[in-house]
Design a binder for this molecule. Sequence first.
Ligand code: 5RP
Length: 222
Amino acid sequence: MTQDEMKQAVARAAIDYVVAGEIIGVGTGSTANFFIDELGKIKDRIKGAVASSEATAERLRGHGIPVFDLNDIDTMSVYIDGADEITAQGAMIKGGGAALTREKIVASVAKQFVCIADGSKLVDKLGAFPLPVEVIPMAQAVVARKLAALGGEPRLRVKDGKPVVTDNGCYIIDVLGLQIQDPAALEAQINDIVGVVTVGLFARRGANIGLLGTADGVKRLN
Ligand code: 5RP
């Protein structure tokens, strides 16, 4: 089974967590894209979706799924998204697709966060995947110095020789080599650095349900 087949299988399994007649929060990335494709098949059973990125909004609309503005929604039953790393307890690193801020915002409105990932994303300890931190562009250098003081190696995310710009007009610093002993404490500590928009640690509010696509089928984590 390929990694994409595992992502597809877990995306299909996540459809069981979609509540009929409601608005669903939808994440960003290749696993979320497979989920959107599955959601398209049952679009008549839902009211619509809130997107965590422009790319996700575009894909949802491509399937004829109405996209709602988060400001018009009070609450959501479920938010479904992938992860770069997840622990058995549901703490995650996210932001490999640079959508971490909107992902955290949409997830905060949902009663349940369902994480969908292929089995390679399950880790005992977070941190082998470089930790994404979204920053205000003018604060990039000062934030990088503070992240280095925490023991990490900050690298501005660059594509085609230019800084990657998020949907929010900000930059991403990827932090390598952090020893993440206490993910919730580090999340709070990095969030407190002036100039940081969002850190890609999702630990204070992690996944309520983790679904992993493996060669032996889809397994539920928690
Ligand atoms: C985007 C994310 C994604 O959920 C994460 O990068 C996983 O992506 P993929 O499903 O492509 O492996 O956090 O910001």
